[in-house]
Write a protein that binds this ligand. Sequence first.
Ligand SMILES: CC(C)(COP(=O)(O)OP(=O)(O)OC[C@H]1O[C@@H](n2cnc3c(N)ncnc32)[C@H](O)[C@@H]1OP(=O)(O)O)[C@@H](O)C(=O)NCCC(=O)NCCS
Length: 201
Amino acid sequence: MKPSVRAGGPGDLAVIREICIRTGDAGRDATGTLPDDGILPDLYAEPYVRLEPDLVSVVVGADDGEVVGYALGTADTDAFLAAWRETWLPVAAARHPAPSPSPSTAYERLVALLHRPEDMRTRWVDDFPAHVHVDLLPAAQGHGFGRALVERFCEAAASRGAVGVHLGVALENTRAQAFYARVGFEVLATTGGAVWFGRRW
Ligand SMILES: CC(C)(COP(=O)(O)OP(=O)(O)OC[C@H]1O[C@@H](n2cnc3c(N)ncnc32)[C@H](O)[C@@H]1OP(=O)(O)O)[C@@H](O)C(=O)NCCC(=O)NCCS
């Protein structure tokens, strides 16, 4: 496979949603692990495609042009979360109605997060205002595309005025932790079941 990176956008939404699910269980396929697979892309993919389409990059296979990976993110987490409440929540809430008052399952906790985007704001936002998600299907992993996507995202976020980027990686996703350490991120903390990484420029 000789993939390449190109700008993505709303036209790639369906395949981006699919990749989000297929990498959504700490880097492994999450299909069928939740009562509704769609909660993963409704939290971690579609809001970015809708609210920050200019920051979407995709990896495409050389043979068929099929999308096999992506980077999605925002340069301004606070503005993004405000836009989530205003324009994304009305759409997403129709798919996942009001959360249980005391969420106890993984799915309920994800729905609660979707309804309270402010809870996604971590203390890292002040120093690292951008955040990003990078996911590649297994066949596209290990060929340098993760690094290429991170560099492309950082350049774009910097050009929008961000001074740094942060992200959280599930504790059990040791592969992604090794990757981020290798591509210029420092560990900020380990908390809430995640290792938090930041990179400033
Ligand atoms: C994590 C992920 C984005 C990394 O992308 P990738 O294309 O596989 O990584 P790259 O090939 O660009 O690797 C970049 C560098 O990280 C290093 N690296 C990657 N995985 C590593 C590992 N498990 N251990 C040590 N180093 C690693 C590479 O050796 C490479 O170093 P080099 O450029 O100095 O030679 C990708 O594997 C992926 O999408 N995994 C599944 C979904 C996922 O876990 N996403 C992150 C959720 S937070």
